[in-house]
Design a protein around this ligand. Structure first.
Ligand code: ASP
Ligand code: MG
Length: 862
């Protein structure tokens, strides 16, 4: 359609974008820029922020007696913005204000609003706002023509359309329309018009559905054959997950129309799903941009460069989904069952979204957006459908979707991601025939957590990092914030680190200042009375001394660790040591008791088989809290799968043993895992331990474990430690009888350590560049063992531009000896110092002599 292509660009700004004078300056300058580039600009915008909602409240509660205060507030908001923009709003909007009052008076009088009246009223928001916008731009740019969208967005009637949908969520055509194009050409070069509104064949006002301004902009773009459609909003593009729920969500720089459609339809609220098709039909690229940050390029949606690579690009979630499960009554194989059943859905106007079938069951989901009337017809519907099958309605579930391309071909790679479903009931799984979408329906409460886990495992650990842009938190950070908090310690101490490497081979370097900083975070937890350092994370002498001097206790998992603490600190109070062995031989317990440390049992076996040893002792017990928060089956699963802890189903037996052997249970202990970013997790553990404590009696201490998550690389989110404290304080208020302990390891030391090593050789194998360094998995096994992704930089060339993607590999004779894959890197040379960040935990302690290569040594700086 390039012959119809004009030099128009359509810019659409949403409500929050048009509600402040600062934003209007930005809008003016964007319009100016487009003009300077030789384009004509069609500016489509929404009502001021909150206005559409207030107008909707008026039509929804017409008999409220506060209709007029609402009208006054609406008027004030426009006058105020007008004043700030320096336009004479009172005169400009006099007629609109009058009309607004008339309509509301009518509604008040009749006590209800017909669809026609609703449309008239809701349209006022956009009509008033655009008058202010046009007047402002006229002042700033000397040219801006206000255009009534209702003259150009003529709507058409869909087959079977209800009255409501014809008037309240109307549709227009998406063909090029010479009449509209000519009209705008005459009005141009800058026109300002309304989103959201149009008119029908009787020239009466209709609206395009809530959020419809995006759709208006797409209609205009199609009708005038624009070169580009720009959607300006309050987020800097489309993301790999909802950034408000997942701050480590990554910007999607480029999407095909199909991908964007899938993401918009499945719950991202950045772009109205109906705004994509009109652009796609004419090949008009859509740019999604952020009014607050016009310097960012956002997301570009087009047909270009949409290669065929299989990839998951986003995880989306839709809440409040309703499932209808239909169980066979033996008539399953009968011809026409589905037709009969679906006829009932049709009869009640229910739109089906996902379908999954098995031998005896068909389950479908209803999209909440399209089935608002479900509750009204529910009973009759279930009765009618019940003639064909056994019906169950399941509510409050959420649909979590993996969205991308050719997902079928990479399902096998998602193996570890699917482990998250061990804990969650999955009601329905559906794979779209177009292979762009794989959806799970799970309990609503679980959805957010599940999205975060899937995002972490599928997006952040994907080998295709080049498909993703920066994280939301990086993009939205203010510049000065980046400088103050953003630079890691090793950036500030770069010279010191390079000096260490002048006379040394590969080295772990620990920064004691950073250790202290993290120790402070734990000591600042008001609800926690005692912190123990889980020394298995890093048993370096200087680090242990640092914690000792700060008053930390130590959590030791072997008698060797216990001995080491007494070697270093002969005067140590043994009660500051918590000894938590697992499947250890009898002799270790014996020695632990003799040394007087707190001994923890995590199995009833020792009590059953070695009762004499423990008779009359004071002990800690490690409880397996199970997963998923306390359902019986879950506890069992947890008990079966993890080798740690006493499962709660053994509690009765445990009680007997404790009584028989006169044991006093001083403390309970639980540790549910590591790398936890959910701040509620420790409080959840406390609640579970409290329940067990009530049954055992006499418990003074609850040790809530460690597992405090850290940011391993620039794409991950941080744990909100303040929130952890808040939730624990609430618990403490309710249960002041306990002392709360925590025992972090990784959290305290990971960030403080880096692994430094020099470049040995470079290699280019076609597309793939390799940077070799002096040490590998023998020093640092986390990437090979857990697929851990650590930030890696060339410390010698920190300021050089990253211009290639490389794999960073070690010298070990194993193809798994890769420290980093797919990393953006500068040109590197032999002898450059490479830094692997956040290597302070489970680095040196897990290193080996494999290949008879000495692992990296340890150094300490301050
Ligand atoms: N003002 C309308 C609404 O809030 C349309 C839009 O903003 O897109 O739904
Ligand atoms: Mg919107």
């Amino acid at each position: 359609m390039s012959s119809e292509r004009s030099n128009w660009i359509v810019l659409k700004f949403g409500g929050s974008s048009v509600s402040s004078p600062e934003n209007w300056q930005k809008i003016a300058s964007e319009v100016q820029k487009r003009q300077n580039e030789g384009y004509k600009v069609c500016l489509v915008h929404s009502a001021l922020s909150g206005i559409s909602n207030t107008l909707e409240e008026i039509v929804e509660h017409p008999s409220d007696n506060n209709l007029f205060p609402k009208v006054e507030r609406i008027k004030e908001q426009h006058l105020e913005l007008g004043q700030k923009l320096g336009v004479a709003a009172k005169e400009l909007l006099a007629e609109d204000f009058e009309e607004l009052e008339h309509i509301v008076k009518g509604i008040e009088l009749i006590g209800e609003a017909s669809y026609r009246v609703q449309a008239r009223l809701l349209a006022m928001g956009e009509l008033m706002a655009t008058k202010l916008g046009a007047a402002y731009l006229n002042q700033k740019l000397d040219t801006a023509e206000w255009v009534d969208a209702r003259n150009h967005i003529k709507t058409v009637v869909r087959k079977n359309a209800t009255e409501r949908s014809r008037i309240i969520s109307a549709v227009s055509t998406t063909d090029y329309d010479a009449t509209v194009a000519d009209a705008l050409d005459k009005a141009g070069p800058v026109v300002v018009t309304q989103g959201f509104i149009g008119s029908d064949s009787e020239d009466k006002t209709v609206i395009l559905g809530r959020g419809g301004s995006d759709v208006s902009a797409a209609y205009f773009a199609a009708k005038i054959g624009a070169e580009r459609l720009e959607i300006w909003t309050d987020v800097p593009g489309m993301f790999s997950a909802n950034p408000h729920a997942v701050p480590s969500a990554r910007l999607l720089n480029h999407l095909s129309y199909e991908e964007a459609q899938e993401i918009a339809t499945n719950g991202a609220h950045v772009l109205h799903p109906r705004s994509i098709m009109p652009a796609r039909k004419h090949g008009i690229p859509i740019h999604v941009r952020c009014t607050l940050k016009p310097e960012l390029t956002g997301t570009v949606i087009s047909s270009e460069g949409s290669d065929d690579e299989a990839i998951v690009k986003a995880i989306a979630v839709r809440d409040d989904v309703i499932l209808v499960s239909m169980e066979s009554l033996g008539m399953w194989q009968e011809v026409g069952f589905l037709a009969d059943a679906f006829e009932v859905f049709k009869h009640y106007g229910l739109s089906i979204d996902l379908v999954s079938t098995s031998q005896s069951n068909v389950t479908v989901s209803l999209d909440p957006g399209l089935n608002e009337h479900f509750q009204d017809i529910r009973e009759e519907f279930v009765e009618d459908l019940g003639n064909f099958c056994k019906v169950e309605v399941i509510e409050s579930v959420s649909a979590v979707s993996l969205l991308g391309r050719r997902i079928r071909t990479i399902l096998h790679q998602l193996g570890s991601a699917f482990e998250v479903f061990q804990e969650h009931q999955v009601y329905l799984v559906s794979q779209a025939a177009n292979d762009l979408n794989f959806t799970f329906v799970v309990e609503g409460e679980q959805a957010d957590r599940l999205v975060r886990q899937l995002h972490e495992q599928v997006i952040l650990q994907s080998g295709k990092q080049h498909s993703f842009g920066p994280t939301w938190s990086q993009l939205m950070k203010e510049e000065d914030e980046v400088e103050e908090n953003g630079e890691p310690w090793w950036g500030k101490k770069r010279e010191q680190l390079l000096k260490v490497m002048k006379d040394n081979g590969s080295s772990y370097v620990y920064d004691i200042d950073t250790v202290k900083r993290y120790a402070g975070l734990i000591q600042n937890l008001d609800a926690v009375s005692f912190g123990l350092y889980a020394m298995k994370a890093n048993a370096n002498d200087d680090i242990l001394k640092t914690f000792e001097s700060l008053g930390f206790g130590f959590e030791c998992v072997s008698i060797g660790e216990v001995r080491k603490i007494f070697d270093l600190f002969p005067d140590m109070d043994p009660k500051k040591i918590l000894f938590t062995p697992n499947f250890a031989p009898r002799s270790e317990y014996e020695e632990g008791l003799k040394l007087g440390v707190n001994v923890t049992l995590d199995n009833i076996y020792p009590l059953q088989k070695w009762p004499k040893l423990f008779k009359g002792e004071e002990l800690f017990l490690r409880i397996d809290p199970g997963h998923g928060g306390g359902h019986h089956e879950h506890v069992k699963t947890g008990g079966v799968q993890s080798k740690f802890g006493i499962p709660r189903f053994e509690l009765d037996e445990l009680k007997e043993l404790v009584k028989d052997h006169e044991i006093s249970v001083k403390g309970l202990h639980a540790h549910i895992g590591s790398g936890i970013k959910d701040p509620q997790s420790w409080k959840d553990t406390a609640v579970i331990l409290h329940n067990v404590a009530e049954q055992l009696g006499g418990v003074e201490i609850l040790d809530l474990g460690g597992g405090f998550g850290i940011q391993e690389n620039e794409t991950q989110a941080n744990l909100d430690i303040g929130e952890v404290d808040k939730s624990l304080q609430k618990f403490k208020e309710a249960h002041p009888q306990y002392d709360l302990w925590v025992e972090p390891g990784r959290f305290l030391v990971a960030t403080a350590g880096v692994l430094l090593s020099k470049v040995t050789q470079l290699k280019g194998k076609g597309e793939m560049q390799y940077v070799g360094i002096e040490t590998g998995m023998n020093s640092f096994i986390r990437p090979a063992l857990y697929g851990a992704r650590h930030t890696i930089v060339n410390l010698s060339k920190l300021d050089h531009p990253s211009n290639q993607t490389v794999n960073i590999v070690g010298p070990i004779c194993e193809s798994g000896d890769k420290l980093g894959i797919d990393r953006l890197f500068p040109n590197s040379e032999e002898g450059d110092v490479i830094l692997i960040a956040n290597a302070g935990a489970y680095g040196k302690v897990m290193s080996s002599n494999y290949n008879l290569r000495q692992p990296a040594d340890e150094k300490v700086i301050r």
